[in-house]
Structure formats: C-alpha cells, structure tokens
Design a protein around this ligand. Sequence first.
Ligand code: SF4
Length: 432
Amino acid sequence: MKKINIINLGCSKNLVDSEIVKGGLIGNNFQYVDDVEKAETVIINTCGFILSARKESIDTILEIAKMKQENKLEKLIVMGCLSERFEDELRKEIPEVDKYFGANKMSEVIKYLSSNRQKYDPIYSRSLMTKPHYAFLKISEGCSNKCSFCSIPIMRGKQVSRPLDEIIEEANYLVRGKHIKELIVIAQDTTTYGYDLKDNVGLFDVLKELDRISKVKWIRLHYAHPDHFDERIIDLISKAKRIIPYLDIPFQHVNEEILRKMNRQGNRETFTKLIREMRNKIPKLILRTTFMVGFPGETKEQFLELYDFIKEVKFERLGVFKYSEEQDTSAEKYDDNIPEKVKEERYNKVMELQQKISLEFNKKLVGSTQTVLIDEYDKNSKVAYGRTYMDSPEIDNNVIIEKELNEGEFYNIKINDFMEYDLFGEKNSKIK
Ligand code: SF4
C-alpha cells in the first residue's frame, strides 16, 4: 500500500475536496500517513485567493519539492485553485511536480494515482480531516456573483448547487454513520443555493431538512450574502431545534459608493434594518462578518463610516481584510489605489476596535454556564480547549478549561474568566 499525505491549504471548501481525495485513495489501497516525512506520495491542495495565500501555496510546493530532489519522495501532486489558474507558470518554475490538477478535480486525481481503479463515492468514502466530531457540508461549488475584488469565480467557476437529496443523504451519513455532532454548512455563497437548479429549492429548504436530523447537535451556517438573504431563514433559525443562532454574513463594507464599486448591493440603512430584524427575532444571535479596508478610492470619510458602523453594531465575531488587487478581476481597472501604509492603519484601527467590543462581550459571560464542545485535550499542559455555539472551529474563540475532558463531548462549563477573545471556565457537569 502506497503511503500518501495530503496538505490542505485555504478554505473549508478546499478541505472537503481534500477529504474526498483522501477517502477515494484509501478506498483504492493507499495508506494515509499524517507525517509528510513518511509519505511516498504527497498531494498539495492549493489556494489562490489573494497574494498571501498564493505565497503560502508556492512556499509549500517548494518545500515538498525539496524532498523530491533529495529522493525522499516518489510523487508530488499539486491540485486546487492556484494550479487551476497558474498551471503553466508553476510547471515552468517547479518541474519537480509530477502532475498538476485544477480545482474540483478530485476524481481525476484519484484516477491518476490509482491507475483508474475507480471505486469511490464522494459521500461514503470521504475521509474527514477535521476533528472527528464536526464536519463541513458543502452545498454548492463555484460562485456566480461578480464581486469586483474577487478571483474565486475565475478559479472555481459559476455556482453549481448539489441536489437537495444528495446534501441530505450526506448529512445523514455524517451524523448517523460518522457520529458527527456539528455540521457546518458552507459554499462560496450559501444564500444563492438552488438559483441554478430547476426544482424550486433554496437555502431555506436545505436548512429545514437538516433541522430534522435528530442526532445532530449543532448546525452552523456560514457564507451568507446580505444581497440574497431569504428572510424566511430568520424565522426558521428562531424556531429551529438544531440550527444554532450563529450566522456568518460577510458585509465587506457599508458605504454605498464603495459597495457599488465592489459590485455589491445594500447600504448602512438596509444592513442596519436586516441586522436589527435578525437580532429581534433570533435570541442570543451571534453575528460573524468580514469587512475589507483600503478598497480603491476609499476616502477617509468612507472608512470612518465603516468604523462607526462596526462601533454601533458590535458584531460578536469579525474579520478584516486589506484590499489586495487581483489580476483579471473587474476592480483591477481602478487606479486610485490606497497606499499600503494607509491600508495597514485602517486595518489596525478596526482590529483594535473589535478587540474592545469582544472584550466587553466576553466580560458579560463571566458567571454564566455555557454548553461547550471539547475539541482538544492537551495531555502535556493538562488543558482542554472547547467551543460554545458562539464559536466556529478554527476561526473563532476557545473556552479553556484546566481539566481532563473528553474530545468530542459536550460539557456544562461555568465561565470564570475572560480575555479579548478566549474564555476560561471550570467543569460543571457532562452533558449526555
Ligand atoms: S460572493 Fe463575492 S466574494 Fe464571495 S466568492 Fe462569490 S464573488 Fe467572491
């Protein structure tokens, strides 16, 4: 059995692709090894989103290519968004790579490595690379929006929604077959799910069906787009049994002129109205969002409008990106670029504000008892790391408990201390 290792870079959508390749190869008599040094074949699933992500992908390829030069590796395969876009350039620069595949080419990779012994099913042979108690559920691939700054549609193509019954079949298999307790619903834009399907289904229908799966504890929704938000979903989440009051909805900016240049809709008024309605109807709602600073032409006033909006809304979870000009995107035509120094200043100003907002939010949680899902127990430091419903894996905060607790189990944790982001607590009881 050939030993393989997969290095996944980039987003959770890429991770699902890596998991499908991993499962498909294990099903074709490959042995998966966690230690890249022990592998005979290494697959790098690359990200091409922005400059820093491309740099990380190239550095990783070069690092593994060195193993090939030193005859420590038989095969090096590169797949994903970076090779989807820059295969020719990569081939010239890094000839050590045996084969390049684009994005969404999981079956081609499996066929190539397993000499066409095609026996895998993207649902049933998917092999998770997350912790064993949570999994990402990708409901569509690609994106048909044309946000002017974004290169994802260039790499991932137009949106292709998966059939509803296939999504529910996979969800049931993950929950009943793999005992997943937390399902995280993802796509490039989850709110346009079904727009490309003939049968009149949408995200509302996906969530309604998922909420019926009795054994799952938490269903978490990511990548909602404010322009396409079906307000029936607000009522659905407010009454749901398993869909938690957590919503990731990147607004990107709030100034009308900047949003138009981003080829997005909305403004401060419409966003405030949507957020107010969500918070009024969904108790304990946690809003995660993403903003971009330094978009071409962003004046000081437009930035301050964004800053004031963040100060007023007090998002519980927030990420910021500095605009990075992307080749072949429509925003590339704008030449009134903001100096890097100014972008950095605006980025830091928003991060400092958000730290204060997060600190205030955490302060109010001291004394409360939270349901916490344990992701990890570190035997050396004797510390357990977990998450409340308010925290999505890998991107949000942790609850830190100095006690041996079981990974993948839920506990009632009494919060007794806090920092800007993380909370500290002690075990109250285990939840059955
Ligand atoms: S919604 Fe916009 S930002 Fe998100 S992937 Fe699609 S084009 Fe890119």
